[in-house]
Design a protein around this ligand. Structure first.
Ligand code: UT7
Length: 316
C-alpha cells in the first residue's frame, strides 16, 4: 500500500455540513410492526432511533450547500464533486450529476460506491484530485438505505437508515491534513452483505460482525503505520457507525479508549457512506477536535471493503 510522497499537494477541510432523513423512527415504532423490542435493539446494536426519508440527491444537496456556505465558497469555484453512495437515485446518470446541477457547480461529478467504506474511499480520491491540481473538491457521503431495506425483516430493519455528510476539501500551501490512508477490499466475501438490483439488503449478520472487527483493526493499523503514529497519538477515532459492539471491540483491539470514539449511532442508525462524516462533523461541531489533533477514520462495508485515513485536524 502506498505511502504519501513528500512534496505532494495537500488539502484540508474548510467547511462541512450534514443532513438526516426527515422522519424519526424509534425502536418502539419498529416493535409495533415486527417481532423485536427496544431493549434488544439498544443492547445488541446501540441504536435508539434513526432518521428516514428523502432521496440521496435531496439529502446531499442540504449537506453540500451547508459545507459550501461554511467554507464561504461560490459553487462555481469547486473543481470536482465526489459523491460516495451505495444508494444512487437512478442507475444512470450518477446521482452526483443531479447534485452538481442543483448546487450550481460547474465541474466534473462522479459517484464512488464502496458501501460503508465509501466516505473514506472518496476522501482519498479527492486528495488524489488535489494532488493532480484541483484547488477545491466537494466531497459528500450519502445513503438512503431505507429504500433498499425490507421493513418486515428484523435482521436488517433495526439497523439501517438515511443520512448525508459533506465536506469541502481545499488545497493548502502546507502538506495538508492527510497523514496516512489505506483502502482494502475482499470480493470473496461479497455474499455476506449484498443487495441485488431492485431487491432488498441481504446480510449474514454474524459473519459481517466477525469480519468487521478484524478488517477495521487491520486497516487502521496500516494507516497508523504509514502515518508513523500509534494508538496513543490518536485524539479521536471515527469508526463506521454499524453496531456499538463492533465499535467497542475495534477500539479495544486498537488500544483506543471508547471515550476517544465519535459515536452517533444511537441517533442515526447505520447510514453507510454517511456514517463517518455524520460522526466526524458532530464531534467537530461539539468542539471535541482541536487544531493539530490526529483523527482516525475507519470504516468497513459490503464488498467486503475496509478503509481508513488519519488526518491532522487543520480546519478552522
Ligand atoms: O455496514 C455494515 C452492516 N452490517 C453490520 O454491521 C451487521 C453486523 N452484525 C450485527 O450487527 C449483529 O450480528 C446483528 C445486530 C445483526 C445481530 O446481533 P447478534 O448479537 O449477532 O444476534 P444473533 O443473530 O446472534 O441473534 C441473537 C438472538 C436470536 O435469538 P435466540 O436464537 O438466541 O433465541 C435471534 O433470533 O436474538 C434474536 N434476534 C432478535 N431479537 C429481537 C435477532 N434479531 C433480533 C431483533 N430483535 N431484531
Amino acid at each position: 500500500m502506498p505511502t504519501i510522497p513528500s512534496g505532494v499537494r495537500g488539502a484540508t477541510f474548510t467547511g462541512w455540513g450534514t443532513a438526516l432523513g426527515h422522519e424519526i423512527v424509534t425502536n418502539d415504532d419498529l416493535a409495533r410492526s415486527m417481532d423485536t423490542n427496544d431493549q434488544w435493539i439498544r443492547e445488541r446494536t446501540g441504536i435508539e432511533r434513526r432518521h428516514v426519508g428523502g432521496s440521496t440527491a435531496e439529502l446531499s444537496i442540504v449537506s453540500g450547500r451547508a459545507a459550501l456556505s461554511m467554507a464561504g465558497l461560490d459553487p462555481t469555484s469547486i473543481d470536482a464533486l465526489v459523491l460516495a453512495t451505495t444508494t444512487p437515485d437512478r442507475t444512470v446518470p450518477a446521482t452526483s450529476a443531479t447534485i452538481q446541477n442543483s448546487l450550481g457547480l460547474r465541474c466534473g461529478a462522479f459517484d464512488v460506491n464502496a458501501a460503508c467504506s465509501g466516505f473514506v474511499y472518496a476522501l482519498v480520491t479527492a486528495h488524489g484530485l488535489v494532488a493532480m491540481g484541483a484547488e477545491r473538491v466537494l466531497l459528500i457521503g450519502t445513503d438512503t438505505l431505507s429504500r433498499i431495506t425490507d421493513w418486515t425483516d428484523r435482521n436488517t430493519a433495526v439497523l439501517f437508515a438515511d443520512g448525508s455528510g459533506a465536506a469541502v476539501l481545499e488545497h493548502s500551501a502546507d502538506r495538508g491534513h492527510l497523514l496516512g490512508w489505506d483502502l482494502d477490499a475482499d470480493g470473496s466475501a461479497e455474499d455476506a452483505l449484498y443487495c441485488d438490483i431492485g431487491g432488498f439488503v441481504q446480510m449474514d449478520g454474524k459473519e459481517v460482525f466477525r469480519r468487521a472487527v478484524r478488517i477495521m483493526v487491520d486497516s487502521a493499523t496500516k494507516s497508523m503505520a504509514h502515518a508513523g503514529v500509534t494508538a496513543d497519538d490518536i485524539a479521536l477515532i471515527v469508526p463506521h457507525q454499524a453496531n456499538i459492539r463492533i465499535i467497542s471491540a475495534a477500539c479495544d483491539r486498537l488500544g483506543v479508549p471508547m471515550e476517544r470514539a465519535a459515536v452517533v449511532i444511537q441517533d442515526t442508525g447505520n447510514t453507510s457512506s454517511a456514517s463517518i462524516p455524520l460522526a466526524l462533523f458532530d464531534a467537530a461541531d461539539r468542539g471535541r477536535i482541536n487544531a493539530g489533533d490526529l483523527v482516525l477514520m475507519v470504516g468497513f462495508g459490503a464488498g467486503m471493503t475496509a478503509a481508513s485515513a488519519i488526518v491532522s485536524w487543520g480546519a478552522r
